[in-house]
Design a binder for this molecule. Structure first.
Ligand SMILES: [Zn+2]
Length: 494
């Protein structure tokens, strides 16, 4: 044990998580956790990477009967170990603020590295994801098959069901997660630290997403557990964040179901240092709203882009568009803003600082359902659900598909069917893709079947995004979007 402890301590020293003065203090907590009675510090003869060190410690914990050998219990326990090595929140915040004063980018660089060093971001899992780019008529789209979330076995799911929820922390985004030990239903967060940030309208905190869907994928969470709400405060906060962190973009999901993210109960935004396909989109019209210049984008989701050096002007114009959209109706295109008191129209806003000025994308959304489309009219239609049936949220809106891990195996089987290695009707595990595979089999296939199949996945993703667009990118839809811009001009300002 002495050797593994020393390897772990050496790792923490190398990563700057602890200092020489902390060695005995940390070691004593480790020997307590593992029921040992002594420790001798020595520089380990061999070094090892963190996942290997933790795996060895977890094997000991299982042998000692402390945990069962399930992913949930392993994750709970190795986070507890990492919690021993993670500096206190106040120290982390002080370090971030000191760096921020020199250079905001240095502060986020350090905090991103720190979030990996503590194993809060499990990079070795993120690296399992399959990423590729596909051509499309809009822009090259990015696809990620998400293999980083380990699948739970039925035994674990049953155990989670028996666990009584305490309603603390209220959700995964609450600030009370910092240092939380977790349970069968809620991940451990002893190694989690957040950075408080004052935005124009309210107290927020910065953290990274443990799933890292794109580079430096961060989350800005309200320090209070309050529902999502897109209003003037949101716009002011988004611009204020980009003013404080000009190297990061930021956006928000809508504040209504179906066309937003998965967490509506806790006000939050998502940002990062990433370039998204939507930034490559071309435009079909130049517009001017309230003194701000902009474009209507050729993009599967209906997007108005405005830019100006003055954020105040963009906030006012954005609010003007949001208010007008909430009232806008176009029966011919199926756009109905409200039924039985339920609002259907909403906006996904994205803000960035680019070429010396601010830029905002306002993506028009509508969450109405019908008898034909009970999941949503402007939502992936049933014939595409075999690839994606979840909500089209902020990340997809920007042209990055996050597809379920099951697709990896399914695509391998489809590839074998296309290569005539197995007949389609014997490939039971791809039953849900049958129609799609039949359509593809009728196409011309080159020798690069794997590559061509990726392009087909990308084409499906584009179709899914097109379903979510309120104004379709044909001449009727584009004319409809122009009519909406005319409507904004006549709509009263706040
Ligand atoms: Zn919450």
């Amino acid at each position: 044990m002495n050797q593994i402890f020393n390897q772990l301590i050496q790792y923490a020293l190398d990563q700057g998580l602890i200092e020489q003065f902390d060695i005995e203090y940390v070691a004593n907590q480790l020997i307590d956790l593992f029921d040992q009675d002594q420790f001798t510090y020595e520089i380990p003869k061999t070094s090892s990477d963190l996942p290997t060190i933790l795996d060895r410690l977890l094997d000991v914990a299982i042998k000692q009967g402390k945990i069962e050998n399930t992913i949930t219990e392993r994750d709970l326990f190795d986070t507890r170990i990492m919690g021993i090595l993670t500096p206190r929140p106040s120290e982390v915040i002080r370090q971030f603020e000191t760096l921020y004063e020199k250079d905001p980018e240095k502060a986020t660089d350090w905090y991103y590295d720190f979030s990996q060093a503590t194993n809060y971001i499990r990079m070795e899992r993120i690296h399992k994801n399959i990423d590729f780019t596909v051509e499309s008529k809009y822009a090259p789209m990015h696809i990620t098959i998400n293999l980083s979330k380990p699948e739970k076995d039925p035994k674990e799911i049953a155990k989670a069901k028996q666990t009584v929820s305490s309603n603390y922390p209220k959700c995964l985004l609450c600030k009370e997660n910092v240092g939380f030990a977790g349970n069968q239903k809620h991940p451990a967060r002893q190694n989690h630290r957040i950075i408080p940030l004052k935005l124009a309208r309210g107290n927020y905190a910065l953290q990274y997403s443990p799933y890292v869907y794109y580079n430096e994928h961060c989350i800005l969470l309200n320090q209070e557990h309050e529902p999502m709400k897109i209003d003037r405060n949101t716009f002011e906060n988004l611009f204020d964040f980009v003013r404080q962190f000009p190297h990061y973009m930021i956006g928000s999901n809508t504040d209504i179901p179906i066309v937003g993210g998965s967490i509506l109960s806790h006000d939050h935004y998502q940002g990062g240092k990433a370039h998204f396909p939507i930034e490559e989109a071309k435009s079909f019209a130049e517009i001017q709203i309230d003194g701000c210049c902009g474009q209507l984008l050729i993009w599967p989701l209906s997007t108005i882009r405005l830019h100006d050096p003055d954020p105040e002007k963009l906030i006012n114009a954005g609010m003007h568009i949001l208010n007008a959209w909430k009232a806008y109706e176009d029966q011919d295109l199926g756009i109905i803003p409200c039924t039985n008191g339920n609002r259907h129209n909403a906006i996904t806003p994205i803000v960035r600082f680019k070429n010396g000025e601010y830029e905002i994308d306002l993506v028009l959304r509508n969450n109405r359902t019908s008898e034909q489309y009970p999941d949503g009219i402007f939502h992936p239609h049933p014939q595409h659900h075999h690839i994606k049936k979840e909500n089209i949220g902020l990340i997809e809106v920007m042209g990055l598909a996050i597809l379920p891990g099951r697709l990896k195996k399914e695509l391998e089987t489809i590839e074998r069917v296309l290569k005539h290695e197995i007949p389609l009707d014997q490939a039971k595990e791809i039953e849900n893709h049958k129609r799609w595979v039949e359509e593809m089999m009728a196409k011309h296939w080159t020798d690069h079947i794997g590559e061509q199949l990726k392009q087909e996945v990308g084409a499906k993703f584009v179709r899914v995004l097109e379903d979510a667009g309120v104004f379709k990118m044909d001449k009727f839809g584009q004319a409809g979007m122009m009519r909406f811009i005319d409507f904004v001009e006549t709509y009263p300002k706040e």
